[in-house]
Design a protein around this ligand. Structure first.
Ligand code: C5P
Length: 287
């Protein structure tokens, strides 16, 4: 059995404040994109995890898939006997949610592979324990996430189009970025951009924002330089996703996306460039 684990993009990311538990309250419009990791499940007497496609990711108990499988097995009251082959295509440590998406796909996959039948609320409880960004991957492909990430509102398809992803070779730690977040970094703006009308990529792109950009640029000034080089290139706005380091621009048509990606590739040096589609309601892949 194979489960696909898509990447996510934070189109908006409002940081609302620091919480007593060390986390931050957020409000973020998130869409999934058609860049997928893949988890293949097969029977085994004990837990085995094998990773293809990215040598930098450990296949040990620090991996979120390892944690997801063991938490799920404990919740379901079964022994974690399964072989999981994880094929990585989503760049790690980029703000694209690859590890969180893999963990959610692992919960969904094991629920079916072991024939457990936990409902979504039960899977969400396990997802929350695994990380702030894990629950959103148990929902629709376009959502608004709130709280620490555990409150997910499913949206009907609000936006269609193409994404050019620029994934720099540098990584930033999520905890480091949040630690440098300062409320003074946030500018006055409309936060519920997903409700604006019309919602073409061209109309929406200048309204998108990410309150963590300044903090990420402070953690690694090379990101600020990259953003300065890309933002405004060929008239396109560029935003960062999550806590970075990947950046993106949205386009209504594929041809324009490809033309801009070629320009961005030159300006972005050794960054990895992907041209992908925003997933819509007809692409539902897990639920
Ligand atoms: O939940 P997760 O393990 O992905 O979070 C990593 C780190 O990011 C947390 O330890 C915290 O420092 C920061 N974070 C936060 N507020 C959130 C999500 C993450 O402060 N809503």
């Amino acid at each position: 059995m194979i489960v696909r684990a898509p990447a996510k993009l934070n189109l908006t990311l409002a940081v609302r404040g620091h919480r007593a538990d060390g986390y931050h309250d957020l409000e973020s419009w998130v869409v999934l994109v058609d860049l997928f990791d893949e988890l293949a499940f097969s029977s085994a007497s004990r837990f085995e995890l094998e990773i293809d496609g990215d040598d930098s990711i450990p296949a040990d108990d620090t991996n979120l898939v390892w944690k997801a499988a063991h938490l799920f097995a404990a919740a379901a009251g079964v022994r974690p006997g399964v072989r999981i082959r994880l094929t990585k295509r989503v760049p790690a440590g980029a703000g694209l949610g690859g590890g969180s998406s893999d963990a959610a796909a692992c919960l969904v996959g094991l629920n079916s592979h072991w024939g457990i039948g936990l409902d979504r609320a039960a899977l969400e409880r396990i997802a929350c324990e695994l990380g702030s960004d894990v629950p959103l991957f148990l929902h629709a492909s376009q959502v608004v996430m709130r709280g620490r990430g555990e409150r997910v509102e499913q949206l009907a398809t609000r936006i269609r189009g193409w994404v050019v992803l620029i994934c720099p070779a540098v990584h930033v730690s999520t905890a480091d970025v949040y630690a440098l977040f300062a409320p003074a970094d946030t500018l006055p703006r409309r936060t519920d951009v997903w409700l604006s009308d019309p919602l073409s990529c061209a109309a929406v792109m200048p309204q998108l924002f990410n309150d963590l950009e300044m903090a990420a640029f402070a953690v690694n000034p090379a990101l600020r330089e990259l953003h300065t080089r890309l933002n405004g290139l060929g008239g396109a706005c560029v935003r960062m996703t999550g806590s970075g380091a990947a950046m993106f621009s949205l386009f209504d048509d594929e041809q324009r996306a490809r033309a801009w990606a070629a320009e961005a590739g030159v300006a972005a040096g050794d960054s990895e460039i992907h041209i992908r589609r925003i997933l819509t309601a007809t692409d539902e892949i897990q639920f």
